[in-house]
Design a binder for this molecule. Structure first.
Ligand code: PRX
Length: 660
């Protein structure tokens, strides 16, 4: 990972190709600036116009933004719409009925194409099926599915009947799933027998059984199972149903449930500073609007594009740029079941060539691991594949270091594809700060400028603007349509986490640090300012992992910090005190393995610490506070140069230097 000083000195500038600029939806910086000015001059008018132009409203809105109950902002509140109607039915009326909506490629390479008409019919049948189970508007439905057409259909079907979905990533454990089912008060879980990734069959339904078996899920009445592999599963009478039976004989039309613009479309759990994940709640109208606009602005989507976002539907990127955005603008998109390294690390390049992808959107971690693979084996180097169909590349989820950016630009984009380094979050619903491919000159490692209408700024702890060149806190000064509405069931935590009193209670606190370039004013994200880690683009709270560790009977105390990692951006390093004597040698390695597996079971394999170090104690101040900054230095393997005069037990530092 490049450090911030290197990033600040990055001075290479890449202008968007002339051809791209000529045909772009937002063409040239003057157009961008004019849009920003329009938003500045008449904020509500700017958004109202866009909402009227882009969304098909059942009942038009008359009030654009209601700030009376800030920070619980309401957008287009008296308007009514249906998100699924906007994504599907509208395409049938627009002449896209036979257009391919999804090109699905399974782990084993098998390809299925679904046209808009077919997708519409599947969603309607699924929606009718859900209704036949008694699921209705306002109910919460957990979706624990593999990457599949059925996963997207499930999300759209919920939207169609006004049920609020909560997708849980298929890599989360039974315990994490149970917590989410309970917190959301879900009445149903939609899952599959198994998922297939990298040639391996991995369980899903048995994890759902385990989650429900842990108790507390009495509100859950139905489990709907998509048969992916055909493996034998445990079947609970009156609760479990095969998806094929639920949709059998269902009508392929389903009158959408018209909902208010503020109706909760989905809840998506993400990590915060405390041990308990936050249920980020999004609304229908504003979210859909931003999904559409960013498809048009950031991705410059055109009717002929083949769009490919490699994210999983379990994360927000898979919500906005797979399940909703591409469909709402009538695009053709690739959906991939598998992993980038199977059957070999040329899989992404092979699929781009095979399906003639024009826009490719992935995470820096994937790029970095594919750089390594290409260095080791020339056969999987992107230059070996015909990637000439590509016209635009994107990056998401974590900072992209300039070296990885340059490799992506040269070897994947052949120096003619702009790269959009999109900064955003689960809470923001869609892109916030990103280059516009037909306008913004790009600087490797910088997400450049906020989109029109997004009032991002860098401020100090009290909310005062900082001059360019000075690092501070990233905030958004005005509400925007796709912003988080609340934390499900915890409005107080919502206010505290995102609209703290210290900043006046009305400014959105992103949780990241940022700095703007002296000359260009470009933003560079300097990383989280809270106890949140970003490992391979997966967001995790240190407290969450600590709580999992101390739940193990062997563990007395644990502290988790992030350590810079060349491939995954950050890796998890845990410092652990056992209830028994500090282990060493083989025994320490054994216990470390046991604890890693334990965390995988408590949260999911993505939360496994890469390193575990044992000590008789943790470095603490005299008042008993763990000194995490010292742990971060130790994790990096660096000498401690900071002041340690407040440290109660300096001798402990020696013990914690070595990994097991
Ligand atoms: O720290 C920022 C980082 O990812 C966090 C949001 O994570 P999540 O809610 O899981 O959403 C990821 C997909 C949008 C941010 O607070 N992040 C995301 N994109 C970038 C980034 N950091 C730097 N550059 C980015 N482009």
């Amino acid at each position: 990972m490049a450090d911030i000083e290197t990033l600040k000195q990055e001075n290479r500038i890449f202008n968007p190709p002339t051809d791209f600029v000529k045909n772009a939806t937002i063409s040239g910086m003057e157009t961008y600036q004019a849009m920003c000015a329009a938003a500045e001059n008449d904020y509500e008018g700017f958004w109202a116009k866009l909402a009227n132009e882009n969304i098909e409203w059942r009942k038009p809105f008359t009030r654009t933004l209601n700030e009376t109950d800030a920070p619980f902002y309401k957008w287009f509140e008296d308007g009514q719409l249906n998100v699924s109607y906007n994504c599907l039915d509208r395409n049938l009326q627009n002449g896209n009925a036979d257009k391919t909506a999804v090109i699905f490629e399974a782990d084993d390479g098998q390809v299925t194409r679904v046209a808009y008409k077919e997708l519409h019919d599947k969603v309607c049948q699924f929606a009718n099926g859900l209704k036949s189970l008694g699921i209705k508007k306002g109910d919460r439905v957990v979706i624990y599915m593999p990457m599949s057409i059925e996963g997207i259909v499930a999300m759209q079907a919920c939207a169609r009947i006004g049920a609020t979905h909560s997708v849980v990533f298929g890599g989360f454990s039974a315990k994490s799933l149970q917590e989410r089912i309970i917190d959301a008060g879900a009445v149903a879980v939609i899952t599959a027998d198994e998922q297939v990734r990298g040639g391996k069959q991995l369980p899903l339904k048995s994890i759902v059984d385990e989650a429900i078996g842990m108790g507390g899920c009495e509100h859950l009445k139905n489990v709907v199972i998509y048969q992916r592999t055909g493996t034998n599963i445990n079947f609970v009478q009156d609760r479990d149903r095969w998806l094929k039976d639920v949709v059998a004989n269902q009508d392929s039309t389903c009158e959408p449930e018209w909902v208010d613009a503020e109706h909760p479309l989905f809840i998506l759990y993400t990590s915060g500073s405390t041990g308990k994940p936050k249920g980020v709640q999004h609304a229908s109208g504003g979210y859909l609007l931003w999904a559409m606009l960013t498809m048009k602005w950031t991705f410059d989507i055109k009717p002929t594009d083949i769009f490919w976002c490699t994210a999983d539907i379990g994360w927000v990127t898979g919500h906005t740029y797979i399940a909703y955005g591409p469909l709402a603008v009538g695009a053709t998109q690739i959906v991939f079941e598998g992993v980038p390294t199977y059957p070999n690390a040329g899989r992404f390049w092979d699929m781009i060539a095979k399906h003639k992808a024009t826009i490719f959107y992935t995470a820096p971690t994937a790029i970095r691991s594919l750089i390594k693979a290409a260095d080791a084996d020339a056969e999987v180097h992107p230059k070996k594949y015909d990637l000439s169909s590509l016209r635009l590349l994107g990056s998401v989820g974590e900072p992209i270091n300039p070296e990885a950016w340059m490799w992506y630009y040269r070897n994947v984009g052949n120096e003619h594809c702009p790269i959009v380094d999109t900064f955003w979050q689960t809470e923001t619903g869609g892109h916030m700060i990103t280059p516009l491919p037909g306008a913004t000159p790009m600087v490797p490692g910088s997400c450049t400028m906020p989109l029109p209408g997004i009032m991002a700024a860098v401020v100090d702890e009290t909310g005062n603007d900082l001059p360019n060149g000075q690092g501070g806190i990233l905030v958004v000064k005005r509400p925007w349509p796709s912003m988080i509405r609340t934390i499900w069931g915890d409005p107080e935590r919502f206010k505290k986490s995102y609209f703290p009193e210290e900043l006046g209670g009305k400014i959105y606190l992103a949780g990241d640090g940022a700095v703007r370039n002296d000359k260009t004013g470009y933003f560079t994200i300097t990383g989280r300012i809270d106890d949140v880690l970003n490992v391979s683009g997966h967001r995790m709270g240190t407290m969450e992992i600590e709580s999992a560790l101390v739940a193990n009977p062997l563990v007395a105390e644990a502290a988790v910090v992030g350590k810079p990692d060349e491939t995954t951006g950050e890796s998890i390093c845990a410092f652990v005190v056992l209830k028994r004597a500090r282990p060493s040698g083989e025994e320490a390695r054994q216990i470390a393995k046991e604890l890693r597996d334990w965390v995988a079971k408590e949260i999911g394999p993505i939360a496994k610490p890469k390193e575990i170090r044992f000590g008789d104690n943790l470095p603490k101040t005299r008042s008993g506070k763990i000194m995490r900054r010292l742990l971060r230095v130790l994790a990096k393997g660096e000498q401690i140069t900071q002041d340690i005069s407040t440290l109660e037990n300096p001798a402990i530092l020696e013990q914690l230097k070595e990994a097991q």
